[in-house]
Design a protein around this ligand. Structure first.
Ligand SMILES: NC(=O)c1ccc[n+]([C@@H]2O[C@H](COP(=O)([O-])OP(=O)(O)OC[C@H]3O[C@@H](n4cnc5c(N)ncnc54)[C@H](OP(=O)(O)O)[C@@H]3O)[C@@H](O)[C@H]2O)c1
Length: 323
């Protein structure tokens, strides 16, 4: 049965499956690190995505220690081929066998024969990941994964694994308030024909404009630990959001919509992941793709972003996570 894909429609080579350029990020479905999550809300978010033609689902073994993969797997029963499915694993051991074993773990939990895009979730500092890449290529030749991704890699780390395999996609943090990948990682991907998939594309909710000047979080929500909420950074982020909000009112679009569209409008970006914790958020995020936004609005957003970025230190990644 033909299925609907919401425009803009893209393909991440070499998989010949049309997919919406906006993908559903399923991290919060795991519950942990987000202050809890109801399974019913996660299921409703997936259903809304599916109904709206947002058919790229992104999960990982690490999200809720497998709970996110499990929920996605249950949802995919009977419609697996209609969804572009991506998941990720940590290269805790740097051997080909370990990579192959982890693919098996994901295939089981996701109840699927194949993964469309299987990522190495984070590099391991100083480690040689070529054996891991060799394991992934061996699985690709058996059809158990269709494309190979890396995430949070430097150009040097991409060079290393590229000696023994082909990187098809790089998943990286990119949004109006985190633009360091523009320096070298995105240009590297463009030059080497690697699809850029963005994460935390609305800065983990900050770019919806919903956080007050003095934000509070549920226990277990890891967001306060990101660089954005550092006492010397947050006032500048908050001020930037206020300026962006004023602009969004001027053009009669919500800030969420503008922030999502700004990412897709940037050079080199193929696909954008946004997390949704319930059906309403998913519907809102999908609606961002509707209608035209004038180019000068994006340039005015970039100017505001430039000012905010001058106050955000380059700490490597927003989480300060250095495995
Ligand atoms: N490869 C990696 O290392 C890596 C790292 C991070 C993320 N990711 C992937 O990228 C996906 C997206 O990134 P992310 O989840 O970090 O951040 P994000 O997409 O920037 O923000 C998602 C969060 O914003 C809030 N939100 C979303 N839509 C909203 C709306 N319309 N209105 C109000 N609030 C809304 C929700 O949290 P609240 O409702 O709680 O505010 C949601 O969990 C993840 O789910 C994951 O699949 C990958």
């Amino acid at each position: 049965m033909p299925y609907v894909v919401k425009p803009p429609v893209i393909k991440i080579e070499p998989v010949d499956k049309p997919q919406c350029a906006l993908g559903l990020g399923c991290w919060a479905f795991g519950g942990s690190q987000w202050g809890g999550q109801e399974d019913e809300d996660s299921r409703a978010a997936m259903q809304a995505a599916y109904d709206l033609g947002v058919n790229h689902f992104d999960t990982a073994q690490g999200y809720g220690a497998g709970r996110s993969e499990q929920l996605v797997g249950e949802f995919l029963q009977g419609r697996r081929d209609e969804v572009y499915l991506a998941t990720k694993f940590f290269p805790s051991e740097q051997t080909a066998q370990y990579a192959r074993d982890q693919l098996e773990v994901s295939r089981q939990r996701l109840q699927t024969d194949y993964i469309d895009l299987f990522y190495i979730h984070w590099p391991k500092t100083g480690a040689d990941l070529r054996p891991v890449m060799e394991g992934l290529e061996a699985e690709r030749s058996k059809g158990r994964l269709l494309s190979i991704g890396v995430s949070n890699f430097s150009p040097e780390q991409m060079d290393q694994v590229s000696e023994v395999g082909k990187i098809d996609a790089h998943q990286l943090c990119y949004n109006l308030f985190w633009r360091y990948p523009e320096r070298d990682v995105i240009p590297y991907c463009v030059e080497h024909d690697i699809a850029v998939v963005t994460y935390s594309s609305i800065a983990q909710g900050i770019l919806t404009g919903k956080f007050p000047k003095e934000p509070t979080f549920k226990e277990g929500d890891s967001r306060p630990g990101t660089v954005y909420f550092d006492p010397e950074v947050w006032p500048h982020v908050y001020e930037g959001v206020e300026r962006l909000k004023a602009l969004s009112e001027e053009c009669q679009r919500t800030l969420t919509h503008l922030a999502i569209r700004w990412v897709l409008a940037q050079p080199g970006v193929a696909s954008e992941l946004v997390g949704a914790r319930n059906a309403q958020q998913m519907q809102d995020n999908a609606a961002a793709l509707d209608g035209d936004i004038p180019a000068d609005v994006f340039s005015r957003m970039t100017e505001i972003s430039d000012e905010v970025m001058s106050h955000i230190p380059d700490v490597g990644n927003i989480f300060r996570f250095y495995p």
